[in-house]
Design a protein around this ligand. Sequence first.
Ligand code: SF4
Length: 755
Amino acid sequence: MMPPMATDDDILRTAFRTCPLCEAGCGLEITIKGESVVRIRGDRDDVFSKGFICPKGSTLKQLHDDPDRLRKPLVRRDGVHVEVDWPEAWAEVERGLGGVIERHGRESVAVYLGNPSAHSLSAMMFNRALLQGIGTRQRYSASTVDQLPRQVAGGYVFGTPVSVPVPDLDRTDYLVIMGANPYASNGSLCTAPDFPGRIEAMRARGGTLVVVDPRRSRTAEEADRWLPIRPGTDALLLAAVVNVLAAEGLADPGPHVAPHLNGMSEAIAACEPFTPEAVAAATGLDAEEIRRLARELAAAPSATVYGRIGTTTTEFGTTASWLIDVVNTLTGNLDRAGGAMFTSPVAGSATTRGAGGSGQGFRIGRGSTRVSKHPEVMGEYPAAAMAEEITTPGEGRLRALVTVAGNPVLSTPNSVRLDAALEDLDFMVSVDIYLNETTRHADVILPSPSQLQRGHYDLLLLQFAVRNVANYSEAPLPLHPGQPDEWEILAKLALIAQGQGAEADPALVDDLAIAGLVGRAVVDPSSPIHGRDPDEVLEQLSAERGPARQLDFMLQTGPFGAAFGAVPGGASLRQLQEHPHGIDFGALEPRLPDVLRTPSGKVELAPPELLADVPRLVAAMHALASQPLVLVGRRHLRSNNSWMHNIGVLVKGKPRCTLQVHPDDAARLGLRNGGVARVTSRVGAVDAPVEVTDAIRPGVVSLPHGWGHGQPGTRMRVAAERPGVNSNVLADHEAMDPLSGTSVLNGIPVEVAPV
Ligand code: SF4
C-alpha cells in the first residue's frame, strides 16, 4: 500500500526567535509542525547566545499552549468576565473610555505599562502613540519598582536616561556585582546571554568576582568574595570606596576620560564624611574589607562595578547608581575595555541620534502628582502613587486606567490598597494575555497574540548589550484570521481614545508614525539621511507594516545603518532577515566624548541634584547603624515576575515562596524550618512558610516577589494551585527614593513572629 501523502501539517520546519522573557535575549531554535510547536531549544548559531538558554526559554511552547492564555477579548458583565468578539470589545472600549474622557477629561485616564512591554517590539513602538492618543501625562510603569534610579543617574552624569554604562564582561579582570544575582536573573541593564558563563570565563582567565549582597545568592556562591552588606546601604559602601580612593591617592580617571570630566573634586569632597570606619556599622562591613575593595578596584588591570535591583529599589537608589559611575570613573575604568562601557545600539538610541558630544541634558519635575506631589521622572509618576490618585476625591482624580502587560496588584507597593482602588475606577481596559490579579478589575481585556505569533527585536535591551549586536525574528506562527496584532490593538486604542471610533483603522497610526520619523530625519543636519526626499525614503522602506517598518528605518539610520543605499552593506531590516541568527557588529568601543548629551559636553561627575542628596545620606549613615529586621526580595531562575507562574514545569517542585531567615534570627524569634511566620510591616501582613538558612545575613529576611495568586475572579489555574504570598502587601507606598520615585522593595522594616 502507498504511504499517505505528506500534508503541510506533517512537515517539520524550523524558526528562529529571540527569547523575550528576560533581558538576556537568547536565540531560540523552534521546531514547528503545522501550527504546533514541537520543540524549543537554544539556537547554537545565534551570534550572541551561542545555544545558551535557561529553563524558561523552552516554555514559550507551554505559554503558547496554555489553556488559560486568553484567545478572545473578555468583557465584564455583572462581575463576571465573558468572551466576546473583537468588534463588541472595541465598542465597549469606545463607550467606557470615551465616556470617561468626555465626563472627566483626558488627564483622568492613566496608563500603566508592565515589564513585558519592554520586551515587546510592538509595545516599544506603539505605547507612545497610545499615550498621545489618550492625551494624558498620567503614565505609570514597572520602572518605578525596578531600574529607574540607574537611568536617572545616567541622565544626570552622561546626559540621557539610556546613557547607562554596562560592565564589559568579556574583557574585565575584576567584577563587583552589587544587589544582582545573574545566575538567577541572567542580568539586567546588562544584556548578556549566558551571564554565568561569561563570569566563569572571566574567572578562568584569572579574573576576580566580588558579590555584595545581603544574601549568599547563587552568584555569591560562585564569587571569590561575598560581602554580606546590610540592605539599603550600598550608597554608603560606594561613598566609602570613593573616600579611600581619594585618601590613598588612587583616584585617576585616566588620560582618555580626564579631558571630558567635570566635577571630580566635588564628587570626592562629597564623599569625605564616609570613611570606612564611619560606614562600617551601617553597612555591616568591616572597614578593612572596604579598603581592600577600593585598593583592588584601583589596582586591577581592568575592573567594573555593576549594580542592579538591590541597589536601585532602596531609599538611595539614584545616589548609589551615581556612586557606581563615580567609582568606575575614579578607578580609570570608565569607557575602556574591561571597564564600564557604552553600547552602540544598532537601531540607534538617544546616545547615537543628533549631534554627539553635547545636548540638552536631563531633568525631572515637568509636572507632579496631584496628591503627594511626587515629581515626574522620565515622563512618568511613581506606581506607588497610583492608588491615592484613584481614591482621593477632587479635580484631576483618575477615573480610568489602561494597563498594558502589567500586574501592578502583585508588583507594586501596598497591593491591598491598589487592589481596592482599582474597583473605584469608572472604567478599566487591559491589554493582557491573562485574567490575573490586576486584570480581574478590568471592564475589557484585549489579548495580545502569543509571543510566538509576534516578530521581535529587543529595541530597548540591546541598548545595554555587552556587544554591539542585532537580531530580528519573524513571528514563528501566524495570526489567526481576524486576530489583531499587538501593535494594532495599541493603535486602535489610541484612535478610540482620540475619538475616531471603534471602526478606525490602526494603519493610520502606523502611517503617521513612520511619516513623522522620516520627516524629522530629513531635516535633521545630524541625520545620515539629512536632505533626502522623504517620499523616496518611504518608498525604500520595508513593505511590512507596523513595528517592522519603523525598525527598518531605525536600523538604516542607526550607527551601523545602510542609510537607504548610502552605506553599502549597512544594517537594515532586510539584512537582518537574511541573518536569522543575528549579526555581531563587534565588541564595545570607547565612545567618549560623542556619547555625551550633557549641556557642557562633559561627564558631570558631581551633578547638583546628587550632591544635594548627600546630607540625607550622611543622616542615614547614623540611622541605618541600628536597623531593625528588614525584608529583601529574591529572584529564582524559574520565575519571571508574576506572569510565568502559570507554567507547570516552572513552578513544580518544592514551594519557592518561602521566608528565608538566618538561624540566629530563627532562634531569637522562635521560628522553625517549615513552620509559618507572620511578617508585618507598617502597611500590611502576610503569613509565609519559614526556610531557615545561613545563606542570608542575620537581621535580614527574604521573600520572592510576584506571588500571591489565586484571588477570586482570576483565571490562572496552575498559579492558583501554588499561590504563594504577595511580598508587595508589605511594601510601603510612602517609602521611595525621592530622586526617581522608585519604591523601597529591599530593606523594608518588618516584624516576624511564629503563627
Ligand atoms: S535567560 Fe532569559 S532570554 Fe535566555 S532563555 Fe532564559 S528567559 Fe529566555
